[in-house]
Design a protein. Structure first.
Length: 255
C-alpha cells in the first residue's frame, strides 16, 4: 500500500485521465493528507492492522441486504405468485406508528411504491437508504413469516430463500446488539457464517458477486479484537441533516 501511494505521489504530473486510470488499477485513491501519505507515521501505523470494515456499509449501503431483498422479491413473484411490492405496502400500512415515528412509518410504505419499484427493476437491485433499510427489515421479516411462508408451504415450494432472509435478519439483529456488547464475537461470527451458508444453498450463482460478502466474515474477529463494533451510523445521520439543508437551499434558489 505504501509503495502504491509513493508511485501515485510521484505520478501526479501525468494527465488527469491517466492518473485516474492508475488509481483505479491500484485500487487506491491518492490522498495527500491521509495516513498512507505521511511517511513519518509509517513506523507507528500499520495499515492492514488498523483497517476496519464498517457493518453499516457492508449490509445497508448497496450491500448484502439490498442483494438479498431483491432476489427474495424475485422469488416471491416467480415461485409464490405474490407481488411483494403491493404486499409490503399494504402490510406496512396496517401498522400503527407512535406520533414521533409517523414520518418513518410513512416512509415504509413509500419504500415499496410504484416509483421505487420501477427504480429497483431498472437497477437490478433493491434501492433504499441505509436508514430506510434499518427501519424496514424487521417489518419485512414479519411479512415474510406471516404472509409468504404459509403460501410457500401450501404450494410445496422449497423454503430455502426464506431461511436465507431469516438468517440475514438474525445477523442484522446481532449487529445492533454488538453496539453495546449484547452478544459475543463468536455468536456474531456464527450468525454471519450461517447466513452466508444459507445464501449459498439457494443463490450459489449470485452469492459471491460483491466483496462485501467476504468483508462480513471479518466483523466477528474485528469485534473480538476491539471489544466494540464501531460503525458509521452517526455520520450517516449527519449526512441526512446536510442533505436536508441542501434541499432547502436548492428549493429556495428555484423560487
Amino acid at each position: 500500500m505504501w509503495r502504491k501511494t509513493d508511485i501515485l505521489e510521484a505520478s501526479k504530473g501525468i494527465g488527469v485521465g491517466d492518473f485516474a486510470d492508475m488509481q483505479q488499477a491500484f485500487g487506491l485513491n491518492y490522498c495527500p493528507h491521509g495516513l498512507l501519505a505521511k511517511r513519518r507515521l509509517r513506523i507507528h501505523v500499520r495499515f492492514i492492522k488498523c483497517a476496519r470494515y464498517d457493518a453499516m456499509h457492508i449490509y445497508f449501503c448497496h450491500g448484502i441486504y439490498a442483494v438479498e431483498v431483491f432476489v427474495f422479491f424475485r422469488w416471491c413473484e416467480t415461485q409464490c405468485k405474490i407481488d411483494p411490492w403491493v404486499g409490503m405496502t399494504g402490510y406496512s400500512d396496517q401498522w400503527e406508528w407512535p406520533a414521533w415515528l409517523q414520518r418513518k412509518g410513512k416512509a415504509v410504505g413509500d419504500l415499496f411504491n410504484k416509483t421505487r419499484r420501477a427504480a429497483c427493476k431498472n437497477a437490478g437491485n433493491f434501492k433504499s437508504g441505509a436508514s430506510e433499510s434499518l427501519t424496514t427489515y424487521r417489518i419485512l421479516r414479519a411479512w415474510a413469516a406471516e404472509v409468504v411462508e404459509p403460501v410457500a408451504k401450501n404450494l410445496g415450494i422449497d423454503l430455502k430463500p426464506l431461511f436465507s432472509l431469516y438468517a440475514l435478519c438474525d445477523v442484522l439483529d446481532a449487529l445492533q446488539l454488538a453496539k453495546f456488547g449484547g452478544i459475543s464475537a463468536d455468536r456474531l461470527d456464527e450468525l454471519i457464517v450461517k447466513h452466508l451458508e444459507n445464501r449459498w444453498a439457494v443463490h450459489a450463482a449470485e452469492s459471491c458477486q460483491m466483496p462485501k460478502f467476504h468483508w462480513a466474515l471479518h466483523l466477528g474477529d474485528q469485534y473480538a479484537e476491539d471489544g466494540v463494533l464501531l460503525d458509521c451510523w452517526p455520520t450517516e445521520r449527519k449526512n441526512a441533516e446536510s442533505k436536508t439543508v441542501a434541499t432547502l437551499i436548492k428549493k429556495n434558489n428555484e423560487l
